[in-house]
Design a binder for this molecule. Structure first.
Ligand code: ATP
Ligand code: MG
Length: 557
């Protein structure tokens, strides 16, 4: 149970209801995705809130697919959504529902409304209905069919259900109030004719309930007590309550709204994510640049880091923009504790240690995680030729440069002290090799005379290293709020450097056949994980995050 002093307003409300014995002391929440795309990180916030509250306060939670729009929905999405929620760490057990399972009951509710003279069949087209809806100043105009008798409405609705009428020729509308200040109460459409195959009910239904009708009633049929929703649904609440009040429902759920998660530079809309996929701007829904949960997973974010983000962002009634650096902070904190360390050189520069015997090899003990001794040690092979990071050498360094430059001694992580003696260049004047000497007395990284060196750099043994492809990611959109620029061409909005592929990297042999799904750190570089594109002996690594926040730094310059 949560500490009361720190309860957000939704938790406080749930607690008050439980304390007051409302809903017979029961707590049931739900997460209601529409299966028309993959889940994104915004959905994670809703899942953590809805399911998290039920877990914290001893309630139960349902997963319900709000599959009322047959045209856009697919089985692939139904499967991926379940996989992603399980990955986040939630288990709805046998409490899986589909709004489509309720079509029969929803139809009966519609009939009940007709019988109570609270719904009527309307022959206006959707355009005509929209035209007559009025505006904030002006009330709407009653439909000419608003006064149809109960018998006529029942007859027409039965025939709609039987498939007698063409798409768009009739709707069923709730009979509420055409001058209501809330547009959603101006005789909203609750059923429409749509002769489209549904992925679960097939061709059984030529009519489908509207979301605003199906949603509250599905909540009620499932016995949901608290229906926690994002703010944009606040204006739908009067209709939600109207339906619950005017129908003989088995439960009286209440809708509570909170502010959605918005992240700077991230476009969280399934419609636009689908466009990115369809137009080939990304490799698929799980492209590591996508805001989807599957994209985050592939990139190496852990469920713990995403749950921690949702916790840190908190729950409020005010929309705000979260910086991605907050998620990156969460993943670094998590992986710092858990991720094994390895050595990997991104841009290799060859180093020959001239006084090291040719053909000799030796092994050093390397610590797998300095934060966690229980993760043990591994062996690192060393030889006369090694590779270091090209950026760790400077011919003409600034004063405080503590890495490789002529005459300066540095420590090779876990190995020896070396000093650069000579620089070899190609015809173009580029540095292609360093000739160094080592101090045999510095084995393991310290000398008997306790000599200090300032810099420690990473390296790989030329004879043992494995070539790897490294994929570096930056944000997909240039703008902080791409949702506000949707009138622009996609190509203008996308960051041309969102993916940078490096095929030259050389890494420790231990990473040769590393399996996707396990995160690790390249010392001094960042957190990475293997991509499913890896082939035996030819690993591909995604950088999850650099060790430090590079985008932030770039922006400051
Ligand atoms: P999108 O606009 O991205 O397509 P949606 O709201 O249409 O999303 P649904 O499948 O209907 O997608 O959403 C399921 C639930 O997730 C809803 O309760 C919705 O309020 C919630 N949700 C969607 N986006 C966010 C977000 N960015 N932050 C928090 N909750 C969200
Ligand atoms: Mg939706």
């Amino acid at each position: 149970m949560s500490d009361e002093s720190s309860l957000d307003f939704v938790r406080q409300r749930v607690k008050d209801d439980l304390d007051a014995g409302k809903n017979k002391g029961k707590l049931v929440t739900r997460f209601p995705p529409e299966p028309n795309g993959y889940l994104h990180i915004g959905h994670a916030k809703s899942i953590c809130l809805n399911f998290g509250i039920a877990e914290e306060f001893g309630g139960i939670y349902n997963l319900r697919f709000d599959d009322t729009n047959p045209a856009a929905e697919e089985v692939e999405y139904v499967d991926s959504i379940q996989e992603d929620i399980r990955w986040l760490g939630f288990d709805w057990k046998d409490r899986l529902f589909f709004a489509s399972d309720f079509y029969g009951r929803l139809y009966e509710f519609a009939v009940e409304l007709i019988k109570k003279e609270k719904a009527f069949v309307c022959d206006l087209s959707l355009e005509e209905i929209a035209e007559r809806r009025g505006d904030t100043e002006k009330p709407g105009t009653d439909s000419p069919h608003r006064q149809r008798s109960v018998e006529e409405n029942l007859d027409l609705f039965t025939r709609m259900r039987a498939g007698e009428f063409a798409d768009g020729t009739k709707t069923l509308r709730a009979k509420i109030d055409m001058s209501h200040p809330n547009f959603h109460m101006r005789d909203p459409v609750i059923y429409r004719i749509k002769k489209v195959r549904h992925h679960r009910t097939g061709d059984k239904w030529p009519i489908y309930p509207m979301y605003d009708f199906a949603h509250p009633l599905s909540d009620a049929l499932e016995g949901v007590t608290h229906s926690i929703y994002t703010l944009e649904f606040e204006v739908h609440r009067p209709l939600y309550d109207w339906l619950i009040e005017n129908l003989d429902v088995p439960a009286h759920p209440q809708q509570i709204e909170f502010a959605r998660l918005n992240i700077a530079g991230v476009l969280m809309s399934k419609r636009y994510m689908l466009r990115l996929v369809n137009e080939g701007k990304v490799s698929g829904w799980d492209d590591p640049r996508m805001p989807t949960l599957s994209g985050h997973r592939r990139r190496g974010y852990t469920p713990e880091s995403i749950r921690e983000l949702c916790k840190k962002v908190g729950v409020s009634k005010f929309n705000s923009l979260t910086e991605i650096s907050l998620l990156d902070h969460c993943i670094r904190e998590d992986l710092n504790k858990r991720a094994p360390r390895y050595l990997g050189v991104m841009k290799p520069l060859k180093v020959v240690i001239t006084n090291y015997p040719e053909g000799q090899e030796e092994e050093f003990d390397a610590v797998n995680n300095p934060e966690d001794e229980s993760m043990g040690k591994r062996k690192l092979s060393f030889s006369r030729e090694i590779y270091v990071e090209a950026t760790d050498f400077m011919e003409d360094p600034p004063r405080k440069f503590n890495r490789l430059t002529i005459g300066k001694e540095v420590r090779l992580r876990y190995a020896y002290f070396i000093t650069t003696q000579e620089v070899i260049k190609n015809d173009k004047g580029e540095v292609v090799e360093l000739r160094c000497t080592y101090d045999p007395e510095s084995r393991g990284g310290s000398t008997p005379d306790g000599r200090k060196v300032r810099g420690t750099i990473h390296w790989v043994s030329a004879a043992h290293a494995v070539k790897a492809e490294i994929r570096l990611y930056e944000r997909l959109f240039l703008s902080d709020e791409p949702a506000k620029e949707l009138d622009k061409d996609l190509d203008e909005m996308l960051n041309p450097h969102s993916l940078v592929v490096n095929k030259e990297a050389l890494v420790e042999p231990a990473l040769k056949d590393f399996k996707p799904g396990v995160s690790f750190q390249f010392e001094r570089t960042g957190y990475f994980c293997a991509d499913p594109d890896s082939k035996p002996g030819a690993p591909v690594f995604n950088r999850t995050v650099p060790l430090r926040d590079s985008w932030g730094k770039k922006q400051q310059k």
